[in-house]
Design a protein around this ligand. Structure first.
Ligand code: AVI
Length: 348
């Protein structure tokens, strides 16, 4: 594996494999976000904080749960339609391009694509971005056998790092945003996010997004309510993280995991519900909870094909191809950056 020439500097500045030792800045931001979220009505915590070392492990276990179909469906797409995907990504030009992945996870799916691009001697640089240094460190290890891969690891928030990546070269850009991560934003946030991505791209650049599709509501709800209780643990782990990192005293067994799915809006939401009236201390701040009061933890928005098309149009893209699994439960939608910003359409 070789690296882009400025990788060393980036790795020193942006990448910290010891995520447990969060920087003072990160900790201050975490504290501020937690306290402001818990002062709202209804209370909320951001699911982006699920992913400490324990959270990463729990998410790996969720992906192996029989109920959590998303990963297997997307893996099927990457495993069986690799050639078509790679052809679409490479385009007609022989010029090198930058393949930038937002939120890489463990890179299992992308490995199929990387192998195909390498085997077909396509010229490209791979720039995975993730908030978790722990995950990036594992990815680097897993890809170490790919000798000819040009890779630059970027640790941080998606848009900050995307800006960083787009400054690094004038190459054509292909952005990957897989795993249904777009679902962890509500529809308005997703639109703002896609518009932001669009503002960093040139016409013809590609944005490939994995969407979990609307389907039988029971199947969706079960995916967030697995029998082994791993998703429950995943949600409660954020309270444990707050206890550890922000000197708090959440009593974990006094909160119940409550997932919901609304087939009308396509929003799957998880809450933690206080089982009694209680006060929780976070540092010097006391946060009161009523009996039955909930904390909104996470949204996993589900989409129809027409909602995907609308989101693309409303954020300056057009859908050029959809790759779905054989059950049509999940889609990787390939968008091309349009040359002029189209008129906003209704509802989004
Ligand atoms: C990372 N993300 C796409 C997952 C999802 O399906 O919303 C996170 C998750 N939350 C509970 N289970 C999985």
């Amino acid at each position: 594996m070789s690296y882009c020439k400025n990788k060393k500097a980036l790795k020193e500045v942006k990448y910290d494999s010891n995520v447990e030792a969060a920087s003072t800045y990160d900790l201050d931001k975490f504290r501020a976000d937690v306290l402001s979220g818990l002062s709202l009505t209804p209370k909320r915590l951001s699911s982006k904080y699920f992913y400490d070392k324990k959270g990463d492990e729990l998410f790996q276990r969720i992906m192996e749960c029989p109920e959590y179909y998303l990963t297997r469906c997307e893996l099927e797409i990457f495993q069986w339609q690799t050639n078509q995907l790679a052809t679409r990504i490479s385009g007609k030009s022989a010029e090198p391009f930058d393949l930038i992945e937002l939120g890489v996870g463990d890179g299992t799916k992308t490995r199929f694509l990387l192998n195909e691009l390498i085997e077909t001697k396509t010229k490209f640089n791979y720039l995975p971005i993730d908030i978790s240094g722990n995950i990036l460190s594992e990815l680097e290890h897993r890809l170490s056998h790919l000798d000819s891969l040009n890779i630059t690891l970027l640790q941080g928030e998606y848009l900050d790092m995307l800006k960083e990546a787009s400054r690094m070269s004038g190459n054509r850009k292909v952005i990957l945003f897989l795993g249904g991560n777009i679902g962890n934003m509500d529809i308005k946030e997703a639109k703002a996010f896609c518009q932001n991505v669009r503002s960093m791209l040139l016409p013809g650049d590609l944005f490939i997004i994995g969407f979990d599709l609307r389907k039988d509501p029971h199947r969706i709800l079960n995916a967030y309510n697995d029998k082994l209780g791993i998703t429950r643990e995943f949600n409660l782990n954020l309270l444990q993280r707050i206890n550890k990192e922000l000197d708090a005293n959440f009593e974990i067994d006094k909160f119940a995991h409550y997932p919901t799915y609304d087939p009308h809006t396509g929003a799957c939401k998880s809450y933690l519900v206080s089982s009694l009236k209680q006060d929780v201390r976070i540092g010097d701040t006391v946060v009161p909870f009523h009996e039955g009061e909930c904390v909104f933890m996470e949204i996993s928005q589900k989409y129809s094909f027409s909602e995907i098309k609308l989101l693309a149009a409303n954020s300056g893209f057009s859908v050029i191809e959809n790759f779905s699994d054989h059950k049509n439960w999940f889609v990787d939608s390939v968008w091309s950056a349009s040359s002029s910003q189209s008129q906003p359409l209704s509802i989004l």
